[in-house]
Each structure stands twice: as structure tokens, then as C-alpha cells.
Design a protein around this ligand. Structure first.
Ligand code: BES
Ligand code: MN
Ligand code: MN
Length: 462
């Protein structure tokens, strides 16, 4: 594949401009105000896939946002790669913390991206990474380098739980039949330390509501004599971790997979600087479960975090009041073998059991999904590893991530194939945060690496 580098060089500006155009559409799936923009993005991706040489492209309607499906079947006897990605993005707020408007992409240099990075919501998660696959397909079809069959499945509801994609996958097993699933929606260690994501955490997301008296009360007249739901909620939440930062929910750790000392030692070999980590976050110290390293805490160990908490008076000045209700949103990141529905139930029972009689508690499950680990001896992983060796000049390090893509375990369950997570973002790219960005170098490196995956995957399958 002599000409991939020259092809990228020749078309670099267009590759960037096309991505910038996509990033201008605010495809925020969580906010119905943007419904037309989300739909417009699906149409745009259909057009781009067609232009990239995808022979059949369809917009598949669902009960929610549509799935863009495409395929090039060159020979039914050859292997098939199924590419998954998402065209929806997270809400951009808080808007005032962005240095430039989230849907007006700009390219700026940063310390880690000396060749520039595109700043926009969705630049890295996942429009930029998804679009690398469209451009890699363009290269392969234009240069007669597509060695096997390819299918694309790009959804618009990943950031809100992929509920309709799950139904689509269950109902279209034959259409989606494949030999490997390829996703770029994760990260790597550093531009000079390539890595392939071999694990994702599961997720259980719940909302809790604590109700005290039937109305807001004067905090002088009633204070001290009735339960204050905010006091109670914070006390209940604090009790969910013990002094070693273990989660106190009975049965929570029962199914957690314990890694062997050898596996942990292998993990510890990945380059990591605690000093730089603290510096980047401006913290004096890290914090977490006793007995585990930072990288273990955020990948192979389960967690429980409050994502938001509210109630009472939060306006200007002071108001003396005991609120009737207090709320919190809580996420639990899970590891392989923990079942998200079981954990949700354990949480619900536990939370109800620790509430004093003076309040009522309601737990509402939101969404969730199972964790995932992919073996490194599969043909798919080997092909990916060879592809990185080719374009980075280094063997990539297998690394488990702390993030979640809940649909991946469903892919394995329904389509019986493994997923390869070839992510090209960096943890510091600020996904879900203000000033999200994606390195220009990373974008082009992804486009360069992907065709080699197809090549080696096809070769290794022979
Ligand atoms: N692409 C991310 C997940 C991710 C990012 C995994 C970086 C590994 C490394 C995905 O879009 C995401 O944000 N997932 C959500 C879960 C989803 C159900 C909203 C998450 O991890 O919070
Ligand atoms: Mn994503
Ligand atoms: Mn995301």
C-alpha cells in the first residue's frame, strides 16, 4: 500500500474541511431542540459514504434517530468487517467555558498536538474518529485496495444509551453478519505510545429522589424537628463508600473478575507518570480504592460516582428553607462479569434499606450496559497490532479503558463476533468537556492505519 501516505498528503485539506463541515451540525441527541440537526447529520453521512464509494447506503428508521447503514460486498467468500460509530454528540454546556463556539470548529496548536487540533463538540467523540473510516474507505475504493467486504453502521443515539440500536441489531442479524467489528471511539496512551483498547467498563446509571415533608418548610420553625431530605441524601451517599473507598453495597463485588498478579504486573508496564497526571488536573493527590494503582482504579475496578446533586435553594443570597425533596444522579462503572441489571437491583435495595423512616426514597434506573474484554490472540487483534506496527513503527500496547460503549457486549451476544477498538484520541482531548478537540495528526494517522487493518485481517483469515 505504497500510496496511502501520498493520497493523504494530496487530500489532507479536503479531509479536514469535510470533517469541519460535519462538526458544524449540532447533532445533540439528548436535547430534542436539535432534532432536525441530528437528522441532517444522518443525511450528510449517507451522502459522504456514497461519495466514498460505498455501493449501498440506506437510512434505517428506528423509534428514535436513524441508523446509517452502508455496505460494499465484493465477494461473499471474503471476510466482512463491520464498522460501528456514532454521529450524535454530547451537549456542549457549560458553553461559557469554551474558548471558541462548540459548533464553529477551529484548528489550534496545543502542547500535545503541535500539528494542530480541531476544536469542536464531537471532534474526537465520535465524528472525527468515525469519519476516519469513511476516508479510509474512500482511499481503498479509489485505489483498488479494498481487500474484503465492508459494512457500516453509524448510529445517532450512542450518547443516550443506544436503546434503538439494540433492537435494530436483534432484528437484523443476517444483514449485519460479519467476521469482526471495528470501532474507533476510544483513545490511545500517547502519539508516540500507540495502544489498542482491549476492555470497556459496563455501566449502571440511576437517579434517586429523597422526599421528606410534603412541602418546603421554614428552616427555623421546623428545622431540627423533621428530616431534611438534603441532609439525609448526602449522608446516605457518603455511606456508599467506606474508609478505604470500597463500595458498601452488599454483593456489589461478588462477581468482579480479579486479575492475577501476573496480569496486573503486565498492566503496570504501560508508561504512566503520576506526576504528569496530577499536574494536568491541578490536584495535589489522587484518590481512590486502597490497594490499587491509578490505572487499575480507572479500568479494572468498579466505581460509584455522583454525577449531579440538587435540591433546595440555590439562587442568589440566602433563603431559610428545608426542601421537601433532594435528588442525585449516580453512575456505577462495572467490570467484566458484573451484570448491570443485577447491580442496579442491588443498588435499589441497598439504597432503600439505608433510608431512615422519616423520608421516602425512589430509585429510578436510567440505562446501562455490560462491560467488555477482547482477547489479544484473535485474528482481529493481531491484524490491528500489525497495522499499528506498520504506521507507528511500534507494537501497540493492549490497554483496558474506563469508559463504556454498552452496545459492544450486545454485538458479541447477538452477532457472535469480537470487537476491535482502534481509538486514536487522547484522554486529554476533553471529550464530553468544554474545548473538546482531536489532533490533526491523530485524524490522519487513523486514516492511514485503517486500510492496513483490512489488509492484514484479510490476509490472516486466509
Ligand atoms: N466514546 C465514548 C466512550 C469512551 C471514550 C470509551 C473514551 C473509552 C474511551 C462514548 O461515546 C461514551 O461517552 N460513552 C458513555 C456511555 C454512554 C451510555 C452514554 C460513557 O462512557 O460515559
Ligand atoms: Mn463515543
Ligand atoms: Mn461520548
Amino acid at each position: 500500500m505504497q500510496n496511502i501516505q501520498s493520497y493523504i498528503k494530496e487530500h489532507k485539506d479536503r479531509f479536514l474541511n469535510e470533517l469541519i463541515e460535519l462538526l458544524k451540525i449540532p447533532s445533540i441527541s439528548a436535547d430534542s431542540t436539535y432534532k432536525n440537526d441530528v437528522l441532517k447529520t444522518a443525511e450528510a453521512i449517507k451522502t459522504r459514504l456514497e461519495k466514498a464509494g460505498c455501493e449501498i447506503v440506506e437510512i434505517c428508521e428506528t423509534a428514535g434517530y436513524p441508523i446509517v447503514y452502508g455496505e460494499n460486498i465484493i465477494d461473499p467468500n471474503l471476510p466482512t468487517v463491520l464498522v460501528y460509530g456514532h454521529y450524535d454528540v454530547q451537549p456542549p454546556d457549560p458553553i461559557n467555558l469554551w474558548d471558541s463556539p462548540p459548533f464553529e470548529p477551529v484548528i489550534k496548536k496545543t502542547e500535545l498536538h503541535p500539528e494542530g487540533a480541531i476544536f469542536a463538540r464531537g471532534a474526537c467523540d465520535d465524528k472525527g474518529q468515525m469519519y476516519m473510516h469513511v476516508k479510509a474507505l474512500e482511499f481503498m475504493t479509489a485505489n483498488n485496495e479494498l481487500p474484503c467486504n465492508v459494512k457500516f453502521m453509524i448510529e445517532g443515539e450512542e450518547e443516550v444509551g443506544s436503546a434503538n440500536l439494540a433492537t435494530f441489531v436483534k432484528n437484523n442479524q443476517e444483514k449485519l453478519k460479519n467476521d469482526v467489528i471495528l470501532i474507533s471511539d476510544t483513545g490511545m496512551i500517547a502519539n508516540d505510545v500507540p495502544s489498542i483498547t482491549t476492555g470497556l467498563r459496563g455501566l449502571s446509571y440511576v437517579e434517586v429522589e429523597v422526599t421528606g415533608p410534603n412541602r418546603d418548610l421554614h428552616s427555623g420553625l421546623y428545622g431540627g424537628a423533621v428530616a431534611n431530605p438534603i441532609n439525609i441524601l448526602t449522608k446516605m451517599i457518603a455511606s456508599l463508600h467506606d474508609e478505604n473507598n470500597y463500595i458498601t453495597i452488599l454483593g456489589f463485588y461478588d462477581k468482579v473478575e480479579n486479575l492475577s498478579d501476573a496480569e496486573r504486573a503486565e498492566m503496570a508496564k504501560a508508561p504512566f507518570s503520576l506526576e504528569n497526571y496530577k499536574k494536568a488536573l491541578n490536584i495535589e493527590a489522587v484518590y481512590g480504592e486502597t490497594g490499587y494503582s491509578t490505572n487499575e482504579r480507572n479500568s479494572i475496578r468498579p466505581t460509584l460516582d455522583v454525577n449531579g446533586i440538587w435540591g433546595g435553594y440555590t439562587g442568589e443570597g440566602a433563603k431559610t428553607v428545608i426542601a421537601s425533596k433532594a435528588y442525585a444522579k449516580i453512575s456505577m462503572r462495572l467490570v467484566p462479569n458484573q451484570d448491570w441489571e443485577e447491580i442496579t437491583e442491588l443498588f435499589q435495595k441497598h439504597f432503600e434499606s439505608i433510608a431512615p423512616n422519616a423520608v421516602k426514597v425512589k430509585v429510578t434506573p436510567h440505562h446501562g450496559g455490560q462491560g467488555y474484554v477482547t482477547p489479544i490472540n484473535s485474528i482481529g487483534y493481531q491484524a490491528a497490532s500489525k497495522a499499528y506496527q506498520q504506521t507507528f513503527g511500534k507494537t501497540p500496547i493492549p490497554q483496558r479503558s474506563g469508559g463504556s460503549i454498552p452496545i459492544v457486549s450486545l454485538f458479541e451476544q447477538e452477532l457472535k463476533s469480537k470487537t476491535i477498538l482502534m481509538g486514536f484520541g487522547l484522554d486529554s482531548d476533553a471529550i464530553h468537556s468544554p474545548n473538546e478537540h482531536f489532533g490533526v495528526w491523530n485524524y490522519l494517522k487513523g486514516i492511514e492505519t485503517i486500510p492496513y487493518f483490512y489488509k492484514y485481517f484479510t490476509e490472516l483469515n486466509n
